[in-house]
Ligand binder design. Structure first.
Ligand SMILES: Cc1cc2nc3c(=O)[nH]c(=O)nc-3n(C[C@H](O)[C@H](O)[C@H](O)COP(=O)(O)OP(=O)(O)OC[C@H]3O[C@@H](n4cnc5c(N)ncnc54)[C@H](O)[C@@H]3O)c2cc1C
Length: 97
């Protein structure tokens, strides 16, 4: 099984993390792939502190890859993929940035 999550913001990242932590049977552990046009996670509630110079950009937008342990998730920096419906089968093509 493959799980594709579009958008590595609050909703997407935390859904991906929760799915990666789920106690899957080894044989049924899915490939979980997160896609985002940015390679950083923006903690938007702290945008005010950035504007007021209390915090630096790197403090409120860490690299997405640093938000999970290695190999738990696959990540592609990519605008939303190209979707292809072929005979009731959904597939996607990932064009690197
Ligand atoms: C200044 C500010 C302060 C806030 N403070 C709070 C707060 O204190 N508490 C609170 O609960 N909420 C707060 N919010 C709201 C909170 O940020 C949003 O509710 C939350 O981010 C929504 O999560 P999301 O995953 O739906 O979208 P987002 O977090 O916006 O994530 C969407 C992701 O999708 C990616 N994306 C979009 N289009 C594409 C595309 N075509 N291809 C690939 N990737 C794409 C974006 O790069 C982004 O990473 C605040 C918002 C702002 C702007």
């Amino acid at each position: 099984m493959r799980i594709l999550i579009l958008g590595g913001g609050f909703g997407g990242l935390f859904a991906a993390l929760r799915l990666a932590q789920f106690p899957w049977e080894p044989a049924s552990r899915p490939e979980i792939r997160l896609i985002d046009r940015s390679d950083r996670f923006l903690f938007s509630p702290l945008l005010y502190e950035l504007v007021t110079d209390e915090l630096q950009a790197w403090e409120i937008a860490p690299p997405l890859r640093n938000c999970w342990q290695a190999r738990a998730l696959l990540f592609n920096r990519q605008r939303s993929p190209i979707w292809m419906w072929t005979s009731s089968r959904l597939s996607w093509k990932i064009k690197p940035f």
